[in-house]
Write a protein that binds this ligand. Structure first.
Ligand code: ATP
Ligand code: MG
Length: 348
């Protein structure tokens, strides 16, 4: 997919499809790669296989058992800020498929019949964009069994039903449906059935936290006083997103300090800022005062995700191979409190 091709597609689009065009992401314009994300190898492999196989090698799915038993979609679920959205973008980048990102606001509509027209447009546009990953982020806003407060229950049900009809009618593999949510327990049962592969994106354990900090601080200069190992130890319950915020807050604390030094500067020569800032442990102490683990305010959600995971989670690799749990196949058993994870960490 190129910008020119997209322009041509735009011309052929009807009114409802046009509204969705802002959600089209061209792979070459995505910057996120799998290298920017700390995730278990198994998760990355599963994502790559499921999307690229069905999109890039459709002929392999045109006959035999795969023709009738294709995988219609994939669910990414886990606590907030664990990298679900990031993973989906990396998938699109890697597979080279165009991504059509859809949010609740794109399809939910107060006016009778409009929601269904939007849903129809999602599928007809996906066909025009194929090969295409339809990525429904914050999927609970569309597929919640209850519906949100703005839309009435009956019309919400109708919207889901329309979605299911279109989904079942999709008779080629030109589109792959990927849904992400941090509220999987809210999802409608019929929707869940169409998402047979369900991948948990769990909170990071100590080693993962260290790796995530390294990713976000890779272009910063760290003073000797900074130990990312210790920081990782001191941040149980922190999600990838929280750790990114810690990194940002530390850099900001450093800038504040630089500014204070500049303000105090006297003398003839004008003050010159250092060419590159150097982050010290003091900056990280300040950051830790500012940023706390977001999930700790909402432990009930974590336990609800845990319940969902026990009932619906993709746990095949788990029983066979304990190492599937450690990120990157590590066998280290972390000391992390297990309360900070959706799934228990098992020794291998
Ligand atoms: N595993 C990770 N590795 C590296 N960075 C991460 C990771 N998880 C989260 N982050 C950082 O946090 C930011 C937010 O992550 P992202 O939006 O992917 O979370 P999410 O799982 O989609 O959360 P939500 O459920 O709230 O939508 C990312 O842009 C990234 O900077
Ligand atoms: Mg997200």
């Amino acid at each position: 997919m190129t910008k020119e091709k997209l322009k041509a597609i735009r011309k052929s689009c009807k009114q409802h499809e046009k509204k969705l065009l802002s959600g089209v992401v061209i792979p070459s314009e995505i910057r996120t790669t799998f290298n920017d994300i700390r995730a278990p190898k198994e998760t990355v492999e599963a994502l790559k296989t499921l999307t690229s196989l069905s999109l890039i090698r459709p002929e392999a799915f045109s006959y035999g058992v795969l023709a009738t038993d294709k995988i219609p979609g994939l669910l990414l679920y886990g606590p907030p800020g664990t990298g679900k959205t990031l993973l989906a973008r990396a998938v699109a980048k890697e597979s080279g498929a165009t991504m059509l990102q859809i949010s609740g606001a794109d399809v939910n509509d107060m006016f009778v019949g409009e929601g269904e027209k939007n849903v129809k447009a999602v599928f007809s546009l996906a066909k025009k964009l194929s090969p295409c990953v339809v990525f429904i982020d914050e999927g609970d806003s569309i597929f919640s069994s209850r519906g949100d407060s703005k839309t009435r229950a009956a019309s919400h049900r109708e919207l889901i039903n329309q979605f299911l009809r279109e989904w079942d009618g999709m008779n080629d593999l030109s589109a792959f449906i990927m849904v992400a949510t941090n509220r999987p327990f809210d999802l409608d049962e019929a929707v869940l059935r169409r998402l047979p592969r369900r991948l948990l994106v769990d909170l990071p354990v100590e080693k993962d936290r260290e790796a995530i900090l390294k990713i976000h601080l890779k272009d910063e200069i760290l003073d000797q006083s900074v130990s990312l190992e210790k920081l990782a130890k001191d941040t149980p319950f922190y999600s990838g997103s929280d750790l990114k915020n810690v990194s940002v807050a530390a850099a900001m604390a450093c800038i504040r300090e630089e500014n204070e030094i500049a303000a105090k500067h006297t003398g003839e020569e004008p003050h010159v800022f250092p060419e590159k800032r150097i982050l010290t442990s003091k900056h990280f102490d300040k950051a830790m005062e500012e940023i706390s683990a977001s999930i700790s305010e909402d432990m009930s959600t974590l336990s609800a995700i845990r319940k969902f995971d026990e009932k619906y989670g993709d746990r095949k690799g788990r029983r066979k191979k304990a190492s599937a749990l450690g990120f990157g196949g590590t066998t280290v058993v972390e000391k992390d409190s297990e309360a900070a994870r959706v799934r228990k960490i098992e020794a291998s």
